[in-house]
Ligand binder design. Structure first.
Ligand code: GCU
Length: 644
């Protein structure tokens, strides 16, 4: 398995310097073990310490923060709690030699988000349709295979170490779609979760579990899972006590309820606050939390019905419940109102829950962004989302009071993420969850330095050239102007413009011979713009102020509509799709330049995916351009090839 961003060489600066560690506890032991391993590798040993890591009650930084500085030839990390020492150590790794060069004043570093969580959509059984990992593009699960717990300690430990180095401190180990086998992780297969918790614990990571809302019936033999039934509450309390007996630092439950076929409180005529609170009450005595997902919508919509708008659903369900959730309920809201599209406005739910803890959910796994076949560095998307002033002046990150969550992209693939460059997305999520104000390009630079220690300038420049704008490139050759989808149904890879147009999923573009887009205005459409606080409710409502990149998400316009860019919609579609392919075409020659500078097997893996990306981008370009040429009859102003 690939060392990702912690190859031995990344530890050279530390491994050659004598160090001292003051403190006790499990995580302090981890720090010692890491230092010992680095010293063993690089011959560093006894002597006057040049690196000191010490617990100190007066260190500022809270439960996970630390101060880091260098004076008189000694680099010092001080922390109030052991987790801070571990994060401080990884900071020193990131700095490398710079940590031991000139003196620098001590500064305090503390995470912006208290909980920084990865959700695994891993199944215990190989699901007949979704496979071992739902929306997984990196092979099988690192936890389970074909119904059996793998208990691959080396692998899980390596993963814990990698993600801890980015700042992750929580992992949900199983799919939010909880099938029959996986439901048992809560009770008779709890030992499998406890085993994982034991491996994650030394890296400061707590384990969470996705549970079925119907568990009292499925596992407990109760006649109902009605959250207001006292026997149901008692069952959850008893089961949760057992969980904490086995895993004293268990993080809590993740629940996908009344969503895409999963059971939920609606089945018992109860609200989502009732549903979430029964679990919250069971967890509260132990300090656990429920991540209750807001991804609730009608997935059996009739495409003929123009009054139902999937984008509205989460707000319509949850905004009226604000104030009714227990303190240890965290409403987990996807960043956009639809489903992890390449471009969506941010979800208005994030601003609608002033009295509820909210965690924004991002998707590291590239379900809709090229499935780890395409280079698509998502740092810029997340940075843009998190810094968006949704409830001015408060940003999405500031409104995300319950932490940040993302769906992991990891599998048992030797590069962890299928596409080796997709490792950067996993790295970036952790770093941005720790500090959302970091620049995505600087984060990418960190990833490059760690992953390719001593990278020559040409390698660094090449990776930046390939990755910095790769999200934008992906957007150029796929669905235009925020309209979303147009992907192959079920797989969500490659173009199928009408694939979802007459489906029950509520994701339509409404293209006809005159125009395209979804009218979500209050004036003439579904009224979705009204879910936003000012000024966004007005900015999105008006054609004159709606940003180009979201135009078709909010408006249905004629092909001749002129964008702020000065181009018509149809010419924009043609231009972006030609440009997108040319940008992808440039990637392979760039990558060839660095053939001798990276491991040949890694080089070959990336090269093979770049070829697939180009094939797929061309397919997107030609299907999109031809489709809209046929619909509109408007030729390309530059006379390029469009297959009529
Ligand atoms: C998407 C994805 C599903 C997943 C769902 C979710 O719809 O395609 O596979 O289960 O999101 O987030 O629950």
């Amino acid at each position: 398995m690939h060392a990702a961003w912690l190859p031995p060489e990344a530890w050279r600066a530390i491994g050659t310097r004598p160090a001292r560690v003051d403190g006790e506890g499990l995580l302090v032991q981890t720090v010692l073990d890491e230092l010992n391993a680095a010293h063993a590798a690089f011959g560093g040993g006894p002597g006057a310490p040049q690196l000191v890591l010490a617990l100190s009650p007066t260190a500022d930084g809270g439960p996970e923060g630390y101060s880091l500085g260098r004076s008189d030839g000694v680099t010092t990390v001080l922390a109030e709690a052991p987790a801070g020492l571990l994060y401080g150590l990884f900071h020193v790794v990131r700095l490398g030699e710079a940590a031991f060069a000139d003196d620098f004043p001590a500064t305090v570093h503390r995470p912006v988000h208290a909980r920084r969580m990865l959700d695994h959509w891993d199944n215990v059984d190989r699901h007949p349709v979704m496979g071992q990992v739902e929306r997984g593009y990196s092979g099988g699960s690192i936890f389970w295979r074909d119904g059996v717990a793998l208990r691959d300690e080396a692998r899980v430990k390596a993963y814990a170490r990698l993600v801890a180095a980015t700042g992750i401190n929580a992992v949900a180990v199983n799919n939010v779609n909880v099938h029959a086998t996986e439901a048992h992780l809560l009770t008779d297969r709890l030992d499998e979760v406890a085993w994982l918790a034991d491996v994650f614990r030394p890296y400061g990571i707590r384990v969470h579990l996705s549970v079925s809302f119907n568990a009292p019936m499925l596992l407990g033999g109760l006649p109902t899972a009605d959250p207001l039934d006292p026997s149901v509450a008692a069952w959850w309390a008893a089961v949760t006590k057992n969980v904490y007996d086995a895993i004293p630092d268990f993080g809590g439950y993740v629940v996908k309820a009344d969503s895409e076929g999963q059971p939920g409180p609606f089945g018992y005529g109860r609200s989502h606050a009732d549903g979430a609170n029964v679990l919250a009450d069971a967890l509260a005595p132990y300090g656990g939390v429920v991540h209750w997902r807001a991804f609730v919508y009608n997935h059996r919509q009739d495409w003929r019905d123009r009054s139902t708008d999937r984008a509205r659903a989460a707000y319509d369900h949850f905004a009226p419940l604000d104030g009714q959730f227990r303190d240890n309920v965290i409403l987990q809201v996807k960043y956009g109102p639809i489903d992890f599209q390449t471009r969506e406005p941010v979800s208005p739910v994030i601003a609608a829950m002033a009295r509820t803890r909210v965690a924004v959910e991002l998707q590291v796994t590239q379900e809709y962004t090229g499935q780890q076949q395409h280079v698509c560095y998502l740092g810029p998307q997340w940075s843009e989302t998190l810094s968006f002033p949704l409830a001015e002046p408060r940003t999405v990150s500031e409104l995300s009071t319950g932490g940040l969550v993302a769906v992991s992209n990891v599998g048992d693939d030797e590069y962890w993420t299928g596409h080796p460059l997709a490792q950067a997305n996993l790295y970036a999520f952790g770093r941005l969850a720790w500090d959302p104000t970091l620049s995505p390009s600087a984060v990418l630079d960190e990833w490059i330095s760690l992953t390719f220690p001593g990278a020559e300038a040409v390698l660094r420049e090449t990776l930046h050239a390939m990755m910095d704008h790769s999200w934008r490139t992906y957007e150029l050759y796929t669905a235009p102007l925020g309209v979303g989808f147009m992907v192959k149904p079920h797989y969500h890879y490659g173009p199928d413009i009408d694939g979802y147009e007459y489906s029950p999923w509520g994701t339509y573009h409404f293209a006809d011979r005159d125009g395209i887009g979804v009218d979500r205005t209050r004036a003439t459409g579904t009224g979705y713009t009204g879910q936003y606080p000012p000024p966004w409710c007005d900015i999105y409502e008006s054609l004159s102020t709606c940003p180009d990149e979201l135009l078709l998400f909010f408006h249905h316009v004629p092909y001749g509509h002129v964008l702020h860019s000065g181009k018509t919609v149809i010419q924009h579609i043609y231009d972006t799709h030609f440009e997108g392919v040319e940008r992808v075409r440039a990637l392979r020659p760039l990558w060839e330049r660095v053939a001798g500078l990276v491991d040949p097997a890694l080089h070959a893996r990336v090269a093979e995916r770049l070829d697939e990306q180009l094939r797929c981008a061309i397919e997107w370009r030609d299907q999109i351009n031809t489709y809209f040429y046929r619909k509109s009859g408007v030729p390309d102003a530059h006379g390029r090839t469009i297959y009529a």
